[in-house]
Design a protein around this ligand. Structure first.
Ligand code: 4FV
Length: 384
């Protein structure tokens, strides 16, 4: 990747492009960082790049030197032009991953009050904010963007897996990390980490991430795929409303459930013949059961644990899916999603009821159990 930084202070980028992981990536030729100084692209001979703001209120970077700098940068080939500023869209891991596919990024660094808005209209593809505070210049935001994006380029960070384990890569906060000494000022490293049982370590780390995220950043759980942070299984029970669901459709639905990490799709069938045809055609991802209770009993036996049963009946009331997602993450129990049937379903069984999946102006909601299933599973376990 080539990054061209348009800045009146190129010396600020020097140490950054020579040090640490970024420095190594530049050495390895995986990343190239260039600077263009708008002072070299001014109209007059004084190298004037800023002027008084119209309407008073400090200095503003002039449009022409910046535009000429961007054109010069683009001489090296098509590029996505970024302008870091407090008015930009928030930088997050998703945006970082989408920027990482670019061959050439041009980042224009503001100074003083900012830049002439006409330059932004004429030359900038994306305004990006690194946070709701005001800095003295765009160089630090430029380095933040390059640092985060460079980590997504294969070969920049040693172990790819390290990137995948990161905070936010799956939309959750990271697990705590420890190194030697095992005891420091009377503080011990959690025993599970020195026990060598890697499944136990993975499970402890998952639980730590889940607890931290739920405790500190419930806001990001909405967009997270919580699947990798659940120790127990996820199941779907489908209760066909009226007529039986054709086996082919059920196996498609089982495919969707599997995609979202479910261990089994259980379908309540009316009679023996329905069960046989279903078993014959829908494959082993689907299990035909005669009643809800037998479905829950089958899961309970398999998971050797009490489940958190989440019923989606599409009727008014019920818990918002985002809140349900947080509870699902907090509960260390197997998750059972029940789609179809009605309010009376599972009367007397401990369950949570999901609110309807609303559309339009919130006055219409999904009634089809299979569609509801895919929407809800994507909201809980979809990759964002
Ligand atoms: C900023 C931010 C930021 C504003 C005026 C530079 C400064 C000066 N950039 N996220 N927050 N920029 O404060 O990206 O021109």
């Amino acid at each position: 990747m080539l990054v061209t930084v348009v800045t009146a202070f190129p010396e600020l980028l020097e140490p950054f492009s020579r040090s640490g992981v970024i420095g190594k990536a530049v050495e390895k030729g995986i990343l190239e960082i260039r600077c263009i100084n708008p002072r070299n692209y001014t109209e007059g001979t004084y190298g004037q790049i800023d002027d008084y703001a119209y309407g008073s209120g400090g200095m503003v970077l002039m449009a022409e030197p910046l535009a000429r700098s961007v054109y010069a940068a683009k001489g090296e080939g098509p590029a996505t032009v970024l302008y870091p500023g407090p008015q930009g869209i928030p930088l997050d891991q998703h945006l970082v991953e989408s920027l990482a596919v670019n061959e050439h990024l041009v980042i224009v660094c503001g100074r003083y009050e900012g830049v002439d808005e006409r330059f932004v209209e004429e030359c900038v593809d994306l305004e990006i904010s690194i946070g709701d505070y005001v800095l003295t210049g765009g160089e630090l935001p430029a380095m933040v963007i390059v640092d985060a994006v460079a980590r997504m380029i294969p070969g920049v960070v040693g172990q790819e897996s390290a990137v995948e384990e990161d905070s936010f890569f799956r939309g959750m906060l990271d697990t705590p990390h420890y190194t030697r000494p095992a005891s420091w000022r009377g503080r011990e490293v959690p025993g599970v980490l020195t026990g060598g049982d890697h499944e136990a370590i993975r499970s402890w780390r998952r639980a730590q991430s889940a607890a931290r995220t739920s405790g500190r950043r419930p806001d990001i759980i909405v967009g997270a795929n919580i699947g990798p942070y659940l120790d127990k299984g996820v199941y779907v029970i489908l209760v066909p409303a009226t007529e039986a669901i054709p086996a082919a459709e059920l196996s498609e639905m089982a495919e969707a459930c599997f995609t979202f990490g479910c261990r089994k799709l259980l379908c309540v069938v009316r009679g023996g013949s329905e069960r046989k045809s279903l078993q014959a055609h829908a494959g082993d991802r689907v299990k035909a059961v005669s009643t809800m209770e037998s479905a829950l009993a089958w899961i309970r036996k398999r998971e050797k644990a009490e489940m958190l049963t989440i019923v989606s009946v599409g009727e008014a009331g019920g818990i918002h899916w985002a809140e349900m997602k947080r509870r699902a993450l907090d509960s260390d129990r197997p998750l059972v999603f029940v789609f179809g049937g009605n309010e009376t379903i599972l009367a007397g069984t401990e369950k949570e009821v999901l609110g309807p999946i609303r559309g339009g102006k919130g006055d219409v909601s999904l009634s089809n159990a299979r569609d509801a299933a895919v929407v809800i599973l994507d909201r809980f376990f979809g990759w964002r």
